[in-house]
Unconditional design. Sequence first.
Length: 294
Amino acid sequence: MSADAPQTEVWINGQWKAPAEATVSVLDRGFLYGDGLFETVRVHSGRPFRWMEHLDRLWLGARFLRIRLPFSRVELTRAAEELVRRGGLPESIVRLALSRGVGPRGYSPRGADHPTVVLTLHPAPPLDAARPPRWRLITSRLRILDDDPLTQFKTANKLLQIVSRLEFENLGLDHDDALLLNTRGEVVEATSANVFWVEGGRLYTPPPLSGALPGITRGVVLELASALGIPALEAIAEGRRLHSADGVFLTLSSLGIVEVSHLDFQPLRSDPVVERLRRAYLDLASQPAAGAGG
């Protein structure tokens, strides 16, 4: 079993199963076509962080894809809390997956009326205030469509992100993620994270209209910036703008705030604003109110 395999029972369609018994049909449209959605939720001190915001995004995506969610928010919340309790992992990741379920062969979703819902729990390292992660990025050759409505949701089809990582992993490059631009050459995000940069004490991040996912941790950082009096703006920028920024960082549910040390083999500057936001995020995540209900 890999280190990231589910570490406890799996909740699938309302039932608790051992991981080896929690099977999905080979005719499931999530398997066949990536016809579904998912959410990755960080668990801090035994409590799913910003759980309701993740559910809200899942509901919006399901409405857009016209997938009927067979469980209520209350039922999914109780299942997630029980999953964490059974797993005994206070620092972990809850992954919530939704597919349209089994249906007739072909792209048409007609006849696929029984969605598949799965909750799994995975270990995650505790966030270390004294040893913050710093990542190296390389710009992918692939481009995101700037007017693609699917970029607003975490769909089960992430081939662009997968191939972008393959570009540098297959070359053996010592990098942590790829920077994605859209078809206009504008900064969008990393394969697994939103992007921020600092200029003159101001915080900038690409707007969703550029193709950026409205990330949950992205939203938290914008809230924290407002509370700390740090001006924050959505801005369109070409990739070279990050090279001259005072600081660049990523936001992702699994790790919170991650500073970028290098982009395309060039070292980047580090700004104190990044550390202020990171510490504020750690403080917020450790508060009891940050759990499933908040």
